[in-house]
Write a protein that binds this ligand. Structure first.
Ligand code: F6P
Length: 365
């Protein structure tokens, strides 16, 4: 009997369960494979007692429509910087990667499928270099992995954000207000760009195009002078003014090593007032709503195909690779390439930037 271990790492994202189901369903067509899940990414392997669950048909039936992940996830489980409690009660980050690999070997695991974003897949590559037979599946609502045209979860986040814009337009119009909506995306402006076009906003601010606050206010004031009297702005959490930086917060959570973004909607509102915007402004941070709930059909399909393909890669022993969706096909790329470059909005070559400008959306530049 061969054993496959699945884990979900990093922030959760709609479609994780559909990937798990794809892996397990496909494995059931082979006589000699069993699939196990490690709870909360590699924590399940590292904890004593271990938290490993068998993923059989009963556990995965119908889960493709559910948000979240049935095997839980964490952003605090990097085995190369693993938070270990010291005698005095404090935590210290230690490299526990050798221990992790030894434990996975002891469990008799033949293949590992790690479902995660860029951070998780960088860990996969490092573990692969140390001998772990691992395959990556790219997830993130941010869509910031360059090897794949889409990560799953992104389309669902865009749907949630676009729906929110539609709702904010009606309230902005009723009150003659400016409504600022902040979306996630980390250092990439994909969610903001897509939701801005879908929602037809006036201003879209993304990390890749630092904004000039005077240009933003100019565009808003123009709306009021033309008599329309309301406006909608979408701002990505990583957006920054030409003379400033993105808003970053320190996290005091043990083991959390990512930067925390957020709050730019309030900062922008303040800057607009300072720059002479006379309209009433309200701010809204969409936050984790973008990550929760049922995946849209596109993400369910992408996730299911990713799961099936990842299992087939395990069958073929294609380790150190990641499944990707490129040019309408499902392919494999080496993890080292897949994690080499971020997928930012390429301001000069992304046609959607031109299309947005074409319908009068200002990027504040
Ligand atoms: O990477 C996904 C993401 O949702 C980002 O868009 C966001 O900046 C971050 O994760 C939030 O992370 P957390 O849930 O740990 O606060």
């Amino acid at each position: 009997m061969k054993k496959l271990l699945v884990l979900t790492g990093g922030g959760d994202c709609p479609g994780l369960n559909a990937v798990i189901r794809g892996i397990v369903k496909r494995s059931m067509q082979e006589k000699d494979w069993k699939v196990y899940g490690s709870i909360e990414a590699y924590h399940g392997v590292m904890r004593d007692p271990q938290e490993i669950v068998e993923l059989d048909n009963n556990r995965i039936a119908g889960i493709h429509v559910k948000g979240g992940t049935i095997i839980k996830t964490t952003t605090k489980g990097d085995p190369f910087n693993y938070p270990v409690k010291q005698a005095d009660g404090t935590y210290k980050n230690e490299d526990r990667s050798d221990d992790l690999i030894a434990r996975i070997k002891d469990l008799g695991i033949d293949a590992v499928i790690s479902i995660g974003g860029d951070g998780s897949q960088r860990i996969s590559q490092k573990l692969y270099e140390k001998g772990l037979p691992v395959i990556g599946v790219p997830k993130t609502i941010d869509n910031d992995l360059s090897a794949t045209d889409f990560t799953f979860g992104f389309q669902t986040a865009v749907e949630v954000a676009s729906d929110a814009v539609d709702k904010l337009v009606t309230t902005a119009e009723s009150h003659h207000r400016v409504l600022i909506m902040e979306v996630m995306g980390r250092d990439a402006g994909w969610i903001a760009l897509h939701a801005s076009i879908a929602g037809g906003v006036e201003v879209c601010l993304i990390p890749e195009i630092p904004y000039d606050i005077n240009k933003v206010v100019e565009r808003i004031n123009e709306r009021y002078h033309r008599g329309k009297g309301f406006a909608n702005i979408v701002i990505a959490e990583g957006a920054k003014p030409i003379d400033g930086e993105a808003l970053e917060r320190e996290s005091d959570e043990i083991g959390y090593q990512m930067k925390r973004l957020g709050g730019v909607a309030y900062q922008l509102s303040h800057q607009m007032k300072q720059a002479g915007c006379e309209a009433d402004i309200r701010e809204m941070v969409l936050g984790h709503l973008q990550r929760g709930g049922t995946p849209v059909a596109f993400d369910r399909i992408l996730s299911t195909a990713f799961g099936v393909k990842a299992f087939e890669m395990a069958l073929a022993g294609k380790f150190g690779q990641m499944v990707v969706y490129k040019n309408n096909d499902y392919l494999e790329v080496p993890l080292i390439e897949a994690t080499g470059e971020y997928n930012y909005v390429d301001v000069n070559n992304t046609y959607l930037v031109q299309a947005a400008r074409g319908v009068g959306i200002s990027f504040g530049d």
